[in-house]
Design a protein around this ligand. Structure first.
Ligand SMILES: [Zn+2]
Length: 188
C-alpha cells in the first residue's frame, strides 16, 4: 500500500487492474473549490482509496476522506475547526453512454482519460458535507437552560447539514465530470 503524500494524478485503469490501495494525504490547498468556503486552507486531507477493475472499461473507487478544516464561526467571527469525514463509492466510466447505463445504485464519474486527479474524486463530496452555518458549541448553557427540541436559544451550535437525503450529489452529472476534466487538463 502506498502511503505518504499522494500523487496529484493517478491512472485509475492501471490501479484498478492491479487492485491497488492508496493511503496518504493531499494538502487542503489543492482543493480549489473546497478552499473557497474555508477561512484558511491549511492542513491535510487524509485519503484512503481502493481501485478495482469494474465491468468493461470501468474502475470502481471505494474511499474515504477526512480533514480538520478551518472555518469561521459565524457568531463570534473567529476561526474554528470543523471535522469532516466522508466516504465515496464511484464507478469511473469513459463515455457518456456508459454513464447512462449505470444502475441506479451506482454513482458515476465521467473521465475520458485513464488519468484523473485524486482531488476531483473527493472534492464534491467534501463540499456537500460542509455545514451551511458553522458556529462554536457553547457547552455551559447545555445543562443550565432547559431547551426544547426546536429551541436552540442560548446554545451556539453547529448546524449540520449532514442529512444525506437532502444534499446527495446527483448520481448523473456528466457536466460536472467534464468541467473537472477540463480543469485537470489545464492544470497538467
Ligand atoms: Zn464562536
Amino acid at each position: 500500500m502506498f502511503t505518504g503524500t499522494l500523487p496529484e494524478q493517478v491512472n485509475h485503469q492501471k490501479l484498478g487492474r492491479e487492485n491497488r490501495k492508496l493511503e496518504g494525504t493531499i494538502p487542503v490547498s489543492n482543493f480549489l473549490r473546497l478552499k473557497a468556503s474555508l477561512e484558511k486552507d491549511i492542513g491535510q486531507v487524509n485519503l484512503k482509496i481502493e481501485f478495482r477493475k469494474g465491468r468493461k472499461h470501468t474502475t470502481r473507487l471505494i474511499g474515504n476522506a477526512s480533514a480538520d478544516l478551518r472555518m469561521m464561526c459565524q457568531r463570534c467571527l473567529s476561526e474554528m475547526s470543523y471535522k469532516v469525514d466522508v466516504s465515496i463509492r464511484y464507478t469511473v466510466v469513459n463515455t457518456e453512454e456508459a454513464l447512462i447505463e449505470l444502475s441506479e445504485e451506482e454513482d458515476g464519474i465521467l473521465c475520458i482519460e485513464d488519468r484523473m486527479t485524486l482531488v476531483s474524486i473527493f472534492e464534491d463530496e467534501l463540499i456537500v458535507n460542509l455545514p451551511m452555518v458553522t458556529m462554536h458549541e457553547l457547552e455551559e448553557s447545555l445543562e443550565q437552560v432547559s431547551v426544547g427540541e426546536d429551541n436552540k436559544v442560548g446554545r451556539c451550535r453547529v448546524d449540520h447539514v449532514n442529512d444525506d437525503s437532502l444534499i446527495k450529489p446527483n448520481t448523473y452529472r456528466p457536466f460536472a465530470g467534464l468541467a473537472d476534466m477540463k480543469n485537470d487538463i489545464k492544470r497538467s
